[in-house]
Design a protein around this ligand. Structure first.
Ligand code: ADP
Ligand code: ADP
Ligand code: ZN
Ligand code: ZN
Length: 820
C-alpha cells in the first residue's frame, strides 16, 4: 500500500458506486471529516462503499493474494482512482446479530485480562491448585459449570408454578403439580401421616415444610392406615416431592399429555450450582478484592474500577507479600490492574460506567455497542489508520455525545483519520472538514455539493445540511396539544427503576428523554409495552419476556387502547429474500398485474410464477436470490451477483412477460419514486408507494434486500406500512429513537407523519434524543438524572418549555438552548 506523502489528502477520482455521479473529491487525512446529506444521498456509498471498500480490497490483496480471484467476483468499488488512502477500520452501527454468548467483557476483550487476573493474582482457598485463565470462562470445557454446561440456566420448578393458589389447603389441591385421582389422595395421606396439616391453607404452613414438600429428594415410605371410603387395608406408600414428581414425568413418561402438563410447572431459572454464572465451583471459589469473578462480572464498571484502583496504585509491589494462596499484591497483579483501570476509564469517560462486564451483548443498544468498540480501538495503539464511522452520535443524549467526541479527538491526536457519516449538526460543527452530498436522495443525489472547512458550507444554498447547520431551516409549526386523559403506572420496578410512578398522557405525542442508561427503554419498550400487551390479551413478543414478571403494582387508563404498535429499528427481514416490496404487501399487487397480462395468460402463468421464491419462475442457479455467497476467510457472508441471471432473480421465460415494456425484475430495480409513476394505475400498489414517499423513502429500490436496509430505513418502512392502513384509532404507538440515522430534513418529514397519527386520535410515545423532535413533542418525561443506579427516576415531566427549566435534569440545558 503506497501512501502519497506529498500532501495530506485522499484523492478520489471518478467514484460511481450506487448513485454517486462520477464523483471527484479530495479529503484531508489526519482530520475529522463529516460526511453529510439527506438519507439516500450517497454518504455511505462514498465513505463505506468506496473509501472503506477500497482500503479493504487493497489490504486483502496485499496479505492474501489467493483471495484475489474471489475479490474479483465480489467486485471492486466503482471508482477510477484513489490515491493517498491509508488502511481503514470500519465501525458500523449495525453489524450482524451478536451471539448470545458475547458480553461487554468479550466485546472489549476485557474478559481476557480479568481471567488472567484471577488465574495469576487471585486468592485461592487453602490447598487449591492455581487454575489456568481459561478455567474462568464458561465457554470452555475447563471452565463450564458441570450442571448447566456453562449456560447459566437450567429448567426447574418454582413455587408459584407448583402452587398457583397458596390460599388452598393440601387437601383442596394446593400442590397443582401433583397427580390427581388415586395417586393424589395417596400422597395426601402420606403427608398427613408425616404429621403435616393438610387442612391448613398452604401459605400458613411453615417454610421448612413447604420447601420439603416441594423440593426434597427424600422418599420416605409411610404406613397408611385404612381410611373410610378409600382403603380397607393399611399399606406403605412412597412420598414424591412436587419437583421429583414433575422431573420424573418429564424424564420418563411415555405420555405426551402428561409431559405437556408437567411442562407447565417448569421454567428456566438461574442454575443453582453456579448461580447463573456458568462457571464451575473451583473457579467461583477464587476471589480478588474479596469478590468472585462472577460477582465482579455483575458489578457496574464504576464500582469495579474502584475495586482495582488501590492495587493499580501500589507503587512498591513486593513479590515478598505474595503467598501461595494469594497474588493480589504481586507485580503481576499491579500490572494487570493498572491495565484494566486504564481501559475501563475510557468506558467511564464514554458514559458507560453503568454497564457490567457480564452484560449480554444482545441486550445492548446499538449506540452502547458502538461506543464499546470505539473504546476498544482507542487502546489498540494503531496509527495512520482511517476510522470510518457510522453516525457515532446515534442513540446518544447530547450529554453523552460530548465525551464521545473527546474520545474521537484522542483517536485523531494519536495520528489517525476519522471519516464520520453524521446527521447530528452539533457533531458536524466540531469536524475539521465536511463533505456534503446531495442535493436529494437516490437519483436526485450523488453529487458532492461541498468539500471543505465547515463554515464554507453556509454559502451552498442547495444543501439541506447548510439550511439546518446555519439555522435557515423553517421549524416545524406545531401547536401543543392537551392530554385527553392519562395512563397511570404505579410502583414500576425493573432494572434500575425502583418503585417509580409515571403518568403517560393520552392522545398526544410524548418524548421520553434522559442520558444513556437512565431507564428509557426499560420503561417504554419493556414495561409500558408489556403492560398494554397483557391488557390486550396478547402473547409476549420476546420469548424470554414470559419469564419476566410485569413489575407494576398498579396500572389504570389501559382501557383507552385497543391496539399496540411497536415501530422499532429491527430489520424487516433477516434474509435477502424479504424486501421493501414483499414487506409492505405491495408486491402481491405487482405479481397479480403481471399475471393479468395477455402474454402471461397465454402461457398460463399465475401470480405465483412471478415470485422469486417459487421454483417455476425463479432462476435456479441462485434459487431466486440474485446473488451467490462467496466464502472468504475474513469477510463473512460476502455476496457476488448470480452468474446466470446477473441479479435479476428470475429465469429467462418469466422475464419475457412485460407490462408497459418492463419485466418484473425491472420493477424490483425501480426506486419507489419511479415505481409510483409506473404503477399509478394500480391503486393497491400506489397507496403503499405514496406513504413510503411521505416518510422520505422515495429513493429506495423496491427489491432492495432487507439485509441492506439501515435500522432507520427499516423503521420508516414499518411506519409507512402502518400509515397506509390509515385507521382512526385508539392505538398506542411506541417508537425507540425513530430519528436515529436521519438527517434533520428527514426528521422533519418523519415528525410530520407521527403528528398525523396523533391527529387521528392515537397516542405516540417516543424514546428520543433529538432536540428537534423533543421540542415538537406535546409532553416530555425526563428520566435520570444519570445512568444505571444514578438514574431510574422521573426527573421532570411536562411540556418541553417546562422541562427546559427543570433543575437537575441533564436534558434541560440542551432543551433550553434549542427553545430560545
Ligand atoms: P446515505 O448513506 O446517504 O443514506 P447511501 O449511500 O446508503 O445513502 O445510498 C445512496 C443510494 O444508493 C440510494 O439510492 C440507495 O438506495 C442506493 N444503494 C445503497 N446501497 C445499495 C446497494 N447495495 N445496491 C444498490 N444500491 C444501493
Ligand atoms: P436507556 O434506554 O435510558 O439507555 P435502559 O433502559 O436501556 O436505559 O437501561 C437502564 C438500566 O437498566 C441500565 O443500568 C442498564 O444497564 C440496565 N439494563 C438494561 N437492560 C438490561 C438487561 N437486559 N439486563 C440487565 N440490566 C439491564
Ligand atoms: Zn451452572
Ligand atoms: Zn440467478
Amino acid at each position: 500500500m503506497k501512501i502519497d506523502v506529498t500532501d495530506h489528502f485522499v484523492h478520489v477520482r471518478g467514484a460511481s458506486e450506487h448513485n454517486l455521479r462520477n464523483v471527484d473529491v479530495d479529503i484531508p487525512r489526519d482530520a475529522m471529516v463529516a460526511f453529510t446529506g439527506v438519507s439516500g444521498s450517497g454518504k455511505s456509498s462514498l465513505a463505506f462503499g468506496t473509501l472503506y471498500a477500497e482500503a479493504q480490497r487493497r489490504y486483502f490483496e496485499s496479505v492474501a493474494p489467493y483471495a484475489r480471484r474471489l475479490l474479483q467476483q465480489v467486485g471492486a468499488p466503482h471508482v477510477q482512482e484513489i490515491t493517498g488512502l491509508p488502511p481503514a477500520v470500519a465501525l458500523h452501527q449495525r453489524r450482524g446479530a451478536p451471539s448470545s454468548r458475547s458480553t461487554v467483557g468479550t466485546i472489549t476483550t476485557l474478559s481476557n485480562l480479568l481471567r488472567m487476573l484471577y488465574s495469576r493474582a487471585g486468592t485461592y482457598p487453602p490447598g487449591a491448585a492455581r487454575l489456568d485463565a481459561e478455567a474462568f470462562s464458561p465457554n470452555t470445557a475447563a471452565g463450564a459449570c458441570p450442571r448447566c454446561h456453562g449456560l447459566g440456566v437450567v429448567h426447574d420448578v418454582t413455587e408459584d408454578l407448583l402452587v398457583p393458589d397458596p390460599s388452598l389447603s393440601i387437601r383442596d389441591g394446593a400442590i397443582a403439580a401433583w397427580p390427581g385421582a388415586w395417586q393424589g389422595a395417596n400422597l395426601r395421606s402420606i403427608v398427613s401421616g408425616l404429621g403435616i396439616d393438610i387442612d391448613k391453607p398452604w401459605r400458613k404452613l411453615r417454610k421448612k415444610d413447604r420447601d420439603w414438600l416441594l423440593y426434597t429428594d427424600e422418599q420416605p415410605s409411610v404406613l397408611i392406615k385404612p381410611e373410610r371410603d378409600r382403603i380397607d387395608y393399611g399399606y406403605y406408600g412412597k412420598f414424591w416431592s412436587a419437583r421429583k414428581h414433575v422431573m420424573h414425568v418429564l424424564a420418563d413418561s411415555k405420555s405426551d399429555r402428561m409431559r405437556d402438563r408437567a411442562m407447565r410447572f417448569v421454567r428456566s431459572v438461574p442454575c443453582p450450582m453456579c448461580h447463573g454464572s456458568g462457571l464451575r465451583p473451583e473457579a467461583l471459589a477464587v476471589t480478588f478484592a474479596g469478590r468472585s469473578i462472577a460477582e465482579v462480572n455483575a458489578t457496574p464498571l464504576t464500582e469495579f474500577v474502584a475495586l482495582l484502583r488501590p492495587v493499580a496504585g501500589l507503587s512498591e509491589a513486593g513479590a515478598a507479600t505474595s503467598t501461595a494462596r494469594s497474588g493480589e499484591t504481586t507485580e503481576v497483579a499491579v500490572r494487570i490492574c493498572a491495565d484494566l483501570v486504564a481501559r475501563l476509564e475510557v468506558l467511564l469517560d464514554l458514559g458507560l460506567g453503568y454497564l457490567s462486564l457480564g452484560r449480554r451483548s444482545t441486550t445492548l443498544s446499538p449506540g452502547e455497542a458502538q461506543r464499546l468498540r470505539i473504546a476498544t480501538q482507542l487502546r489498540s495503539g494503531l496509527f495512520g489508520v482511517v476510522y470510518v464511522l457510522d453516525e457515532p452520535s446515534a442513540g446518544l443524549h447530547p450529554a453523552d455525545a460530548e465525551p464521545l467526541l473527546d474520545v474521537l479527538e484522542r483517536l485523531k491526536a494519536a495520528g489517525n483519520s476519522l471519516f464520520v457519516v453524521e446527521h447530528d449538526m452539533d457533531v458536524v460543527r466540531r469536524a475539521d472538514w465536511v463533505v456534503d452530498i446531495g442535493p436529494g436522495a437516490g437519483e436526485g443525489g450523488g453529487r458532492v455539493l461541498y468539500s471543505g472547512p465547515v463554515p464554507g458550507l453556509e454559502q451552498i444554498k442547495e444543501s439541506a445540511t447548510s439550511r439546518y447547520l446555519f439555522g435557515r431551516a423553517k421549524p416545524l409549526d406545531h401547536r401543543p396539544r392537551t392530554p385527553q386523559g392519562w395512563l397511570h403506572l404505579r410502583g414500576v420496578s425493573r432494572h434500575n427503576l425502583h418503585d417509580v410512578s409515571v403518568d403517560v398522557p393520552l392522545c398526544v405525542l410524548t418524548a421520553v428523554t434522559g442520558v444513556s442508561g437512565s431507564g428509557k427503554s426499560t420503561l417504554v419498550t419493556q414495561v409500558l409495552a408489556e403492560v398494554v400487551r397483557s391488557h390486550l390479551g396478547l402473547a409476549p413478543e420476546e420469548p424470554d419476556e414470559a419469564e419476566l414478571e410485569v413489575d407494576v403494582q398498579h396500572a389504570s387508563g389501559l382501557e383507552s387502547f385497543d391496539r399496540l404498535v411497536r415501530v422499532d429499528q429491527r430489520p424487516i427481514g433477516r434474509t435477502p429474500r424479504s424486501n421493501l416490496a414483499t414487506y409492505t404487501g405491495m408486491f402481491d399487487a405487482v405479481r397479480k398485474l403481471y399475471a393479468a397480462t395477455d402474454e402471461a395468460k397465454a402461457r398460463g402463468y399465475t401470480a405465483g410464477r412471478f415470485s422469486f421464491n417459487v421454483p417455476e419462475g425463479r432462476c435456479e442457479t441462485c434459487q431466486g436470490e440474485g446473488f451467490v455467497t462467496v466464502e472468504l476467510l475474513f469477510l463473512p457472508g460476502t455476496y457476488a451477483p448470480c452468474p446466470t441471471c446477473h441479479g435479476a432473480r428470475y429465469n429467462a421465460e418469466t422475464l419475457e412477460v412485460t407490462y408497459h415494456g418492463k419485466n418484473i425484475a425491472d420493477v424490483l430495480a425501480m426506486s419507489v419514486d419511479d415505481a409510483a409513476k409506473f404503477l399509478t394505475d394500480v391503486p393497491a400498489a400506489s397507496r403503499s408507494l405514496e406513504t413510503l414517499r411521505e416518510v422520505g423513502l422515495g429513493y429506495l429500490r423496491l427489491g432492495q434486500p432487507a439485509t441492506e436496509l439501515s435500522g432507520g430505513e427499516a423503521q420508516r418502512i414499518k411506519l409507512a406500512t402502518e400509515l397506509q392502513r390509515a385507521r382512526r384509532g385508539h392505538a398506542l404507538y411506541l417508537l425507540d429513537e425513530p430519528t436515529a440515522g436521519l438527517h434533520p430534513a428527514d426528521i422533519a418529514l418523519l415528525l410530520r407523519q407521527l403528528h398525523r397519527l396523533v391527529d387521528a386520535g392515537n397516542t405516540v410515545v417516543l424514546v428520543e434524543h433529538d432536540l428537534d423532535a423533543i421540542t415538537t413533542a406535546d409532553w416530555v418525561i425526563d428520566l435520570g438524572p444519570g445512568g444505571g443506579d444514578a438514574g431510574g427516576r422521573v426527573v421532570a415531566t411536562g411540556p418541553p418549555t417546562k422541562v427546559a427549566k427543570a433543575k437537575g435534569s441533564a436534558t434541560a440545558p440542551y432543551l433550553a438552548s434549542r427553545l430560545v
